[in-house]
Design a protein around this ligand. Structure first.
Ligand code: 13P
Length: 241
């Protein structure tokens, strides 16, 4: 499974280093073999040797150049970063990134072989307009995206569930994930108000291959516990084969 922490605009460089080191030491001690990703704030990007994979929350589709406020591959290479989050709802809805821009970014980083965590998800008014309209909306977020890309991970994050404490029911998550798996066989994460209290249940659902965690991941011990849940579930699955 894949357990990912999106730290968003939180933590200083020093705090992030402490966070990653504590997480790394937990993973080593507990023999966690699941894939653990951390997306720190841009100014906290750093090299890391170990099992934890550091990814960038964003980057521009460029090596370098005149793109004020952005970073490109020159800055990512400094820290050997080969993982990127693309299409997060905060970038789509707050920063106004269009599907066209996201596709450009996706193709650029795909060409370079990056591991891409590509986010999709509907706002509340779309969800309230019914299942068919909702799936149509999510489908538009797949437009132009190579769903067969080998280093692709998709994260389904309903916008109304992000940072709100609200989550879809387990039945809803399972049914949407099952539909989305028909669009791409890539690992599919669920994100949106995942906490230690519901992580185990979410991770146990069919067609959920991991979680993308925001606020609850800011507590390193909570995020460690979630990594452990994923390991326990995988161990159990293996026993049952
Ligand atoms: P929360 O876990 O805070 O709802 O955020 C989810 C998210 O946006 C992860 O990318």
């Amino acid at each position: 499974m894949i357990i990912a922490a999106n730290l968003k605009t939180n933590f200083t460089r020093k705090e992030t280093e402490k966070y990653v080191n504590e997480l790394e030491s937990y993973i080593q001690t507990k023999n966690i073999t699941q894939e653990v990703l951390v997306f720190p704030a841009m100014s906290s990007l750093d090299s890391h040797d170990g099992k934890v994979i550091i990814g960038s929350q964003n980057a521009y589709a460029t090596q370098n150049g005149a793109f004020t406020g952005e970073i490109g591959t020159e800055q990512l290479e400094e820290f050997k970063i080969k993982t990127i989050l693309i299409g997060h709802s905060e970038r789509r809805h707050i920063l106004g990134e269009t599907q066209e821009e996201l596709v450009k970014k996706f193709n650029f980083y795909k060409e370079l072989g990056f591991k891409i965590v590509y986010c999709v998800g509907e706002p509340l008014e779309v969800r309230e307009s019914g299942n068919e309209k909702m799936m149509e909306y999510i489908s538009t977020q797949y437009e132009g995206i190579d769903t067969n890309y080998e280093n692709l991970i998709i994260a389904y994050e309903p916008v109304w569930a992000i940072g709100t404490g609200l989550t879809p029911t387990s039945e809803d998550i399972e049914s949407i994930h099952t539909d989305l798996k028909n669009k791409s066989k890539a690992p599919l994460l669920y994100g949106g108000s995942v906490k230690v209290t519901n992580a185990k249940e979410v991770l146990s659902l069919n067609n959920v291959n991991g979680i993308l965690v925001g606020s609850a991941a800011l507590y390193v011990e909570h995020f460690c516990t979630m990594c452990n849940y994923a390991q326990e579930i995988e161990n159990k699955n293996k026993e049952n084969i």
